[in-house]
Structures are given as C-alpha cells and as structure tokens.
Write a protein that binds this ligand. Structure first.
Ligand code: ZN
Length: 637
C-alpha cells in the first residue's frame, strides 16, 4: 500500500529526497529489566542543520485516546561526533537539538510497565513494546527508511531470548547466525521464530506498526493461503498449540479468501499473533501484519479438550476481529487516518463501520468456518442485541456521533456512560447485521455486505486511498441497487432502535424479548431498582443508576453505598434477594451513604423491562432456509 506518510500539522523542515545514508538507525535494548527500562537510541546521518527536532506520538493507531507516551521518557541526551549536543524540550512530546553537522545520536530511557497491548512492558521474564512508545520521530524524516537493532539484556540469563515481530529481519545477532532454533513442527512444516538482530521498516509509519515481543515465549507456525503465520504466547499457560494453530488457520484462510476470492492472496508476507496470557484479561490491537492480544490463560484450549468453551470462543472471536482489521481499518481506512496525525485526536464519524462491521464479522467467521454451530452464533448475536438494548444511552447518541467522540467518551467512560453513549462496536455490529440483511433482501439474496467489503477493498484498500465520509454509503447503494439513504439516516445517524425483527423474519428467524430469568411471560414482571452494583465485593455500592429508573426517580446516585432497606442490613450478596422479595409498586426506605453522609430515600419499585433477546430458527420453506444458510455459512460465495 502506498500512502502519503507526512503527518499533518507537523512542519517538515528542510525536506530532501532520502538516500541510503539517510536511513534512520534505531537501537533498542532492555538495559535494566528489573527497573523496567529500555535504552533506545536514534541516529541520523544528516540532521537538520538548523537543529534537528524530534517527537513521540501522543496515541497509538487503533486505540482512540490521547495517552501521552512521552511521559515515560525518563532521561534523554544527544551526541554528535563524540561531543554532547544541547537538547531543549519544546512541547509535551517534542525536543529540539542544537545545530550540528552530524551524525547525530539521541539516546534515551523509556519506562515500560504497562501490561496492555497499547504501550510497553518489561521485566526479567519478557519485553514487549509498540514503536509509538519507544521510537522518536526525527521531524522531516517521516519517509526515511529505518534500520532497527534489537538487542537482548546483558547476561547469560537472557541467552535464550528470541523475538516475535512482523518487522522484516535483515540480520540475526552474530551468535545466532546459521543457528537453527525451529518453532514447533506443524503440518505446514517448520518455520523458525526470529533471533534478536537487525530489522528494517520502510518509513516511520511502518516502523510503529509492528509491535515486538522478546523473551522465551511458546511459538508455533502455520501457513494460511501460502503465507507464514506465527503464534507466540507469553505468560504461563497450558495451551494446546496444535489445536490453536489449526483453528486460527481456518479463520485466516476464510478471511483471506473472503477479500480475495479469486487469487486467495493475503496482503502481507507474514503474520504474527502476539499473545500475552494472564490470570484475567481481554484485549487486542490490530496492525498491518500482526496483532497484540491479551487474554485469560483459561480461555486458551488445553491438551485433551475438544469442546469450544465460551472462553475459547471469546479468544477465537478476538483473534478473528483483529485479523479482519488487517483489511478493514489497516488498509481500507477512514480518510481521516490517511495519514494519521500522531500529535492529536483524529476525528472520524466512521468507527461504527471500521470497528462495528469488524465486530459483526468476527463472530460470523466462527460460524462460517464451522468452528461454532449456527445456534451458538445466534445466541452470541442475541447477547449483543440485548447489551445494546440495556443501555438508555442508545436513545441519545448515534453511532456516527459515538465514533466522532470516541476520544472523550467511549474511551473515557464514567458512571453516566450507559445513560449517555452507545457503543460503536456493539451497535455498529448490529448496523452491520441490519445492512447485510437489508442488502440480501433488496437483491433477493444475490448480493450482501460481503460484496460491499470487497468493493471497498478493491476501490480503496488496494489503492491506498482513505474512505471519505459517506464513501461506505455510496458503495452500499451501488451494491444494493437502490438508495439506502433512509437506512443510513436511521441506523447510523439516528438514535431509534433498529428494526431487526422484520429483517430476521425474512430468514425465518424469530426475535423475541423476555426478562432475564423470568420464564413465564404470563407472570407479573419482577421489580427492579434500575441500578448496577460495583465497588468492593461486600458492599452494595452503585456503579450505575439507569436513566428513568426507580432509583434515579428517588434521588439515588452512582457512588452511593446502600447499607439498609426497610431497616435491614444490605450487602452486595443479599441485595438482589431484598428487591426480588418485593412487588412492583412497593415503596422501600433505602438508607445509603453518599460520601460519609447517611441519607434516606423512598424508592417505589418499577417492573423490569424485557431486555433479554432470544433468536430462534423456525421450520421454513426451502427458499428462506437457503437465504439463512447463505448468511450463516456464506454458501452463496
Ligand atoms: Zn477492533
């Protein structure tokens, strides 16, 4: 992909064409793992004669929040021809060196103790970093090729450390040259993980899009459509690597063929799943040829297990999601990200598409690859429908506005978020579903959202052009063969619920609602306070008070700790029992601490509304069944 890669709003002093000598050389080593410090240096052969400026990104693409990575730069100094060069901090993430003829080397320490997929982490067991956390950009050198030397920590204890990254390797360390340390053998043969050594990147944009894991991770390799794929798992685990590789291979091949049905050609030369297994965790970040994932070790399949547990399903869904991003957002990207401005928020109203549609396809690919049964898929979908329906914020914010304000709302949620915002992931996935079913209906099953994705891939992704606002809509209109203007006004820019019931009806699927745990709809609905508890395990502290609830009407607020109802002590453990033993319309005396002040509230209980969605397939004439199978299994394609 070719992209204009000069970040906007960064002035580019004295730009010239770059020669080989102009490549930027980086060196990174975990200099003090016990103090979580990487030592990094960047060397320029020909620095700006007026004084070279440097910057560090304020955010990492894929995670839409300003994170100020520069706060973790502990110390920084510059040298040229053996002499110190004065450096001045000129902004929150900008440095200016005094003029020098060069070469110029800036050396700095980066504190790395963030165990997430978004930043950097280092201790005696492993090192992980994203380029956005550790590599300074010399301004004006955005397009220069980069050479990166990755060194292990000093000492025999680290002699076995290897590297897992999609950065292209040019040379292994001297001791590793010619040495074969193969990864685990798979049916695809042996593909080794990488030695520490020298790597290259075509420019700064490429440099920061290949996270690096170093250590003694478990590794397995497989091929998908002829392209080497690797899984590296860090952290203690008992994963059945062969099974994981076989299952991921199915997902990867299905997605490669989804976008390139004729050629079956993947857009990358290799791909890495970098997995951090922990006691309790979940998250992922997409890159052009890899993904960093964090998961609970119990979600990984164990030797001897054959079932797909809900945890393993969650993990496969996460891997499927990030892999789909290889096309949708890394190559088919919003115009607002082409190129990224790494100094500030990059606003787009399209995250409902890039995240929501990716969320729609992630689980659908588990069904299309037969890893899960259609019924299980419908259960997962029903759960998403129920989750969107449970938050009153869906009636106040559209997914387009949720996309635009991701930086200050979705990524910075607080006690009022369920009342004020809608998730562009979850509702975005439902918009994807509704759009897919609408196109299938409009074209009598001949076209679908799959065709929209392929048209966007061909029209934008393979061309390196960003998708402008309205670009997705235009392609969808073309595929549907009619204007979907009303659909988008309602689903993307509106705040009313989507009419999924009638769309499912065309596939002979019934959508019904019920109150969770309340099996007989003829019985009176159970009462509710309309709150969600949080805080310490023993305490009935209110994390959220839902808009229009009995609790809100009575004046209870998030943060209030309920201590008694009608004079009886209440804890988190018996809270539900206290409410369920009463009837709708009963008035309770609720006593709660707000800060350190004891307060009393008269709460009149309201009925629980049905928020659990149920999807069931009904026996059906052959035509609707075929359309249903086409959707669930992608058989039409
Ligand atoms: Zn995503």
């Amino acid at each position: 992909m070719t992209r204009k890669s000069t970040p906007r709003s960064i002035p580019s002093p004295s730009k010239t064409a770059f020669t080989r000598n102009d490549s930027i050389r980086y060196r990174i080593t975990p200099s003090r793992p016990e103090a979580h410090l990487f030592e990094v240096s960047v060397t320029l052969h020909s620095p700006d004669r007026a004084g070279q400026r440097f910057m560090l990104p304020a955010w990492i693409p894929g995670s839409y929040m300003i994170r100020e990575f520069a706060k973790h730069i502990v110390s920084l100094a510059a040298m040229s021809q053996g002499k110190p060069v004065a450096v001045e901090k000129t902004g929150k993430a900008e440095w200016q060196c005094a003029p020098c003829k060069g070469p110029l080397t800036v050396t700095y320490e980066v504190y790395a103790w963030d165990l997430s997929v978004r930043a950097a982490h280092l201790d005696e067991t492993h090192g992980f970093f994203n380029g956005t956390s550790v590599f300074l950009l010399p301004l004006g050198c955005e397009d220069a090729p980069c050479e990166i030397e990755i060194l292990p920590p000093e000492g025999v204890a680290y002699a076995e450390w290897r590297v897992a990254t999609s950065l292209a390797q040019t040379q292994a360390l001297a001791g590793d040259l010619g040495q074969k340390r193969p990864g685990k053998r798979t049916s695809a043969g042996v593909l080794p993980s990488k030695s520490l050594g020298t790597f290259t990147a075509t420019n700064y944009d490429d440099l920061i899009d290949h996270p690096v894991e170093m250590g003694t991770f478990t590794h397995i390799a497989f091929e998908a459509c002829g392209v080497p794929h690797h899984i590296a798992i860090t952290g203690r685990h008992r994963c059945d690597m062969d099974r994981l590789a076989a299952d991921l291979k199915k997902i990867c091949e299905a997605q490669i063929r989804f976008f390139e049905p004729k050629s079956g050609k993947a857009p990358m030369e290799e791909y890495w799943f970098l997995v951090m297994a922990v006691g309790d965790g979940y998250g992922g970040l997409e890159h052009r040829a890899s993904t960093a994932l964090i998961c609970s070790r119990d979600d990984l399949p164990r030797e001897g297990d054959t079932k797909i547990t809900p945890g393993y399903r969650r993990f496969l869904g996460l891997a499927s999601h990030e892999y789909f991003h290889t096309w949708n957002v890394k190559r088919i990207m919003p115009a607002a990200f082409a190129p990224y401005d790494l100094t500030r928020e990059n606003h787009t109203r399209q995250l409902w598409f890039f995240e929501g549609i990716t969320s729609y396809y992630d689980d659908l690919f588990l069904s299309r690859t037969r890893l899960i049964e259609p019924l299980t898929y419908l259960e997962m979908l029903a759960e998403t429908i129920g989750r969107v329906h449970a938050a009153p914020g869906r009636l106040k914010q559209s997914v387009a506005d949720s996309s635009f304000d991701a930086w200050i709302k979705y990524y910075r949620q607080d006690e009022n978020s369920p009342n004020a915002i809608v998730s562009y992931y979850q509702k975005g996935a439902l918009v994807g579903l509704a759009l897919d079913l609408t196109i299938r209906e409009a074209t009598r099953g001949k076209r679908s959202l799959d065709d929209v994705m392929r048209a966007l891939w061909t029209g934008y992704g393979t061309q390196g052009d960003g998708v402008p606002e309205g670009g997705v809509e235009a392609v969808a209109n073309e595929i549907a063969g009619r204007s979907l203007e009303k659909f988008f006004a309602h689903a993307v820019h509106g705040t009313e619920d989507l009419d999924l019931k009638s769309l499912f009806d065309g596939l002979a699927i019934d959508l019904t609602w019920r109150v969770a745990g309340h099996m007989n709809p003829k019985d009176a609905p159970p009462p509710t306070l309309g709150v969600k508890l949080g805080g310490e395990a023993h305490e009935a502290k209110l994390a959220h008070v839902f808009d229009g609830s009995a609790a809100m009407d009575a004046g209870l607020s998030a943060g209030d700790a309920i201590v008694a109802i009608d004079g009886l002590r209440v804890t988190a453990a018996n809270f539900d029992r206290h409410i369920k033993s009463r009837k709708v319309g009963d008035t309770l005396l609720v006593t709660a601490f707000r800060r350190d002040e004891l307060m009393a509230f008269n709460v009149t209980l309201k009925p629980q509304s049905p928020q659990q969605c149920v999807l069931t397939m009904r026996d059906t004439p052959i035509d609707a069944k075929r359309r249903r199978n086409d959707w669930l299994w992608g058989e039409a394609h």
